[in-house]
Design a protein. Structure first.
Length: 277
């Protein structure tokens, strides 16, 4: 009887281990933010984060199950159990940390304004700076924002809602510009091309993808690249606060993929440059 019980325990343990090994991790993503993540014409997910997530799952010996979710509801859906982690170009910000825990950052990209090439805003020079880090509160950074407000006063700036780009406009340019919010970057890209926006503000990689896809052939960057402050500390995965085991798994594989250059290779493929962390 004792041997029988031990055998049952051993079998149960083995099945338990197999169950854990076979467990899939559900990953929430937007599927509308190329080249980070996007649904292609065949309805298949592709992009830097899709390659990154699939490689991570392979290394963790778990199956990836991707779930698409509109950006506005992406954190609420995580908290309601729709998926286990968000991998969706989400910047690590203090505001979001109040609701979720973040993995260590795996990629980072600055934000820039883009306008039509024939716009008077094209090639805007701001305080002689090509980069503005909002973590620095010096005179140059403040002067850059002041010049930006002056140049764009009364203009219509279009951004995706519930993003760091909306946060930047509301914090630094409120009252100076008309802010228009969109559900996706594709929507505000179309309105910029049609002349219904004076400028858009988005991640550099997203705007480059728009330019190279054909719809943005008449679009140009303007002003400096912004980082820090409301733009956060790079892009990371978001998990529920109680899911410390999932957080630890992902932090380990993120570190491994950074150390061996895998993340860098993925970003070179999709962005044409290394934006790994």
């Amino acid at each position: 009887m004792k041997k029988f019980l031990i055998s049952l325990f051993t079998v149960s343990l083995l099945f338990g281990i197999n169950s854990v090994n076979a467990k899939s991790i559900r990953i929430g993503t937007e599927g509308a933010y190329p080249p980070w993540n996007n649904l292609n014409s065949a309805g298949e997910l592709e992009g830097a984060e899709i390659d990154f997530g699939n490689e991570a799952c392979s290394r963790m010996a778990v199956e990836c199950e991707w779930v698409t979710q509109d950006w506005d509801g992406i954190i609420p859906a995580l908290l309601n159990g729709k998926y286990d982690i968000i991998i969706a170009g989400m910047s690590i910000t203090e505001e979001r940390k109040e609701k979720v825990n973040f993995t260590t950052g795996y990629m980072t990209d600055g934000a820039r304004f883009a306008v039509l090439k024939d716009s008077g805003l094209a090639d805007m020079k701001i305080a002689g700076m090509s980069k503005v880090n909002l973590n620095n509160a010096g005179g140059k950074e403040q002067a850059a924002i002041g010049q930006l407000i002056s140049a764009m006063n009364g203009k219509t700036v279009c951004v995706q809602s519930s993003t760091i780009h909306q946060n930047f406009i509301e914090k630094h340019m409120a009252g100076a510009v008309e802010l228009k919010l969109y559900q996706s970057v594709d929507d505000h890209n179309l309105d910029l091309a049609a002349g219904r926006c004076d400028a858009i503000l988005a991640d550099v990689g997203s705007i480059i993808d728009f330019m190279e896809a054909g719809g943005g052939v008449d679009v140009a960057f303007t002003g400096p690249t912004f980082s820090g402050g409301v733009f956060g500390d790079g892009v990371g995965g978001a998990v529920r606060k109680e899911d410390t085991d999932i957080l630890e798994m992902w932090n380990k594989v993120i570190a491994d993929m950074s150390a061996d250059g895998t993340t860098a290779k993925i970003t070179q493929k999709w962005f044409g440059r290394d934006i790994s962390m």
